[in-house]
Write a protein that binds this ligand. Structure first.
Ligand code: NAP
Ligand code: G3P
Length: 485
């Protein structure tokens, strides 16, 4: 398909300064499929000098891009969105192989990304500045007026995780570009081939040379250098809390927007519609094998209705299709690598040793963990607190709503929570007390629709994403003050 970004011997190039370039290091990273180990392709491990070159290109190109009228920038992005829709099937096929996402979810990710790009273009065109009358402040006369407009920040470094290689790259790139910034994208290594195809789409749509550049290579090897680079003006990171903390420790005086880990709770009250709760909980916990920051990662259920809820959840877990996403449409797929599966398995085993009841699953074949439902999880178990990023769901039984809120809030994370109840007053009582970015009433935890604000508190992030919020985060208000006699 894209001959320039690939493909002699499946070796992918990086997009720097408007060209697909080979690394001088000759160091290649093999990307093998988590499904069957087959080679998806090889990406380049860039040197520090090459990273410098990519970031310098972004710095230089940004000025011209910023000067381009916003309606023209929007036209280019709208074209990228259309191209992405056209290539949805092709790009989804790569994602199925590279990150073991099921085909339906992969196509939906690409289409959702096209919608995200369109909405970003439209939103940015419709954002307006403001004028502030000085006279409102004591001692200031009528002649002083501030004209406030948003201006770009410069070079945005976008670092994306493996689980949404297209969407979580584009949801940084599109708002950054619409705000007048240039972008350097460092995708997750496992996921970089999908992300490079996305960048190719922006190129084809007419984003000028140097405005988007890519960096591939292991985060553990080049990450510290990239985030500390003096020409980077803003970092938009999605990934683990561990790496988020590392980046915030290294960077100084650099604005950050970070979406990190989560331990989202589904709180089920006595009066909940238990069928609705069970449906949402199972969809929320097990899709893409729980490898979503917003996956439901614990159930906190009032003891009185726990048996009934657990029965319904269990029935639905039994119906999940498990297997190989290359051959068939499945719900639960192999995890991204063996290390991830080892970790999830260790959480399951520890809970079992400490007396939890494995109701479903608990078994493993290589990196495929079967959907696992664990009842009677207690607060001394790691499964009660740690983020598995895998298809395992702990059930914690509680006596009352305040106990549920207290356990929910004891988590180091604060991304989202759900509350299931038929009583709107109870729903708001719980929602107001939860220390999270978003509370879902009678729904699974989830990021979209993508123009809603999406943020995490505590170890779940810094700042707010969501289309308009992301554009605002990647721009700044600049004031010009009129002083009229
Ligand atoms: P990760 O290991 O933290 O990696 C995320 C990105 O950071 C990758 O591009 C990675 O590159 C890069 N990286 C690694 N070390 C780095 C360093 N020292 N400096 C700069 N960048 C570095 O996360 P992941 O395994 O891809 O994703 C899973 C985690 O992300 C989970 O904790 C999940 O909850 C979280 N997540 C959160 C959200 C959210 O919106 N809140 C969304 C998705 C995922 P390499 O791949 O080359 O190591
Ligand atoms: O893990 C990525 C995060 O942003 C989740 O998105 O749409 O699966 O809720 P979503």
């Amino acid at each position: 398909m894209f001959n320039d970004l690939c493909c002699k011997d499946k070796i992918y190039r990086n997009y720097v300064g408007g060209e697909w370039v080979k690394s001088e290091t000759s160091k290649l990273i093999s990307i093998n499929s988590p499904v069957d180990g087959s080679l998806v392709g090889k990406v380049q491990a860039m040197s520090k000098e090459e990273v410098d070159y990519a970031i310098q290109n972004a710095k230089e190109a940004q000025k011209q891009w910023d000067k381009m009228p916003i309606n023209k920038r929007a036209t280019i992005l709208l074209k990228a969105a259309d191209l992405l829709d056209e290539k949805a099937e092709e790009i989804a096929n790569i994602m199925v192989l590279e990150i073991a996402k099921d085909k339906k979810s992969a196509i939906s990710e690409v289409n959702r990304t096209a919608d995200y790009i369109r909405f970003s273009a439209d939103t940015a065109k419709n954002m307006a500045g403001e004028t502030l009358p000085g006279e409102s402040f004591p001692g200031t006369g009528k002649g002083k007026i501030s004209i406030v407009n948003r201006v770009s920040l410069g070079v945005v470094l976008a670092i994306s995780p493996f689980n949404y290689p297209v969407n979580l790259s584009a949801s940084k790139i599109a708002p950054a570009l619409m705000a007048g910034n240039s972008v350097v994208l460092k995708p997750a290594t496992q996921g970089s081939i999908s992300a490079l195809h996305l960048v190719r789409v922006f190129q084809e749509a007419g984003v000028p040379a140097g405005v988007i550049n890519t960096i591939t290579g292991r985060g553990s090897e080049i990450g510290d250098y990239v985030v500390g680079h003096p020409l980077v003006d803003f970092i938009n990171f999605t990934g683990s809390t561990e790496i988020g903390l590392r980046i915030s420790g290294i960077t100084t005086m650099k604005p950050l927007l970070m979406e990190l880990g989560g331990k989202d709770a589904a709180i089920v009250l006595e009066d909940a519609d238990l069928d609705l709760a069970a449906h949402n909980i199972v969809a929320g916990a097990y899709s893409y094998s729980g490898q979503r920051c917003t996956a439901v990662k614990r159930i906190l259920v009032i003891d009185k209705v726990a048996d009934e809820l657990v029965k319904k959840v269990r029935e639905k877990v039994k119906l999940l299709k498990v297997g190989n996403p290359i051959n068939e449409q499945v719900d639960v797929v192999p995890l991204i690598d063996d290390k991830a599966a080892d970790y999830v398995e260790s959480l399951i085993l520890e809970s079992k040793e400490k007396g939890a009841t494995i109701l479903e699953g608990g078994n493993r074949e290589g990196n495929l963990i079967y959907p696992t439902l664990v009842d009677n999880v207690t607060l001394d178990m790691r499964l009660a607190w740690e983020e598995p990023f895998g298809p395992v769901l702990p059930i914690i039984r509680v006596n009352n709503v305040d106990e549920a809120i207290s356990i929910a809030n004891k988590s180091e994370y604060g991304l989202q929570s759900s509350v299931f109840t038929r009583d709107i007053n109870k729903a708001f009582y719980v929602a107001n007390k939860l220390e999270v970015g978003t509370v879902q009433i009678n729904n699974k935890t989830e990021r979209g629709p993508d123009h809603f604000p999406f943020s995490g508190v505590k170890a779940s992030g810094i700042g707010t994403q969501g289309i308009r919020y992301s554009i605002e985060a990647m721009s700044r208000p600049k004031a010009i003050v009129l002083n009229i006699e």
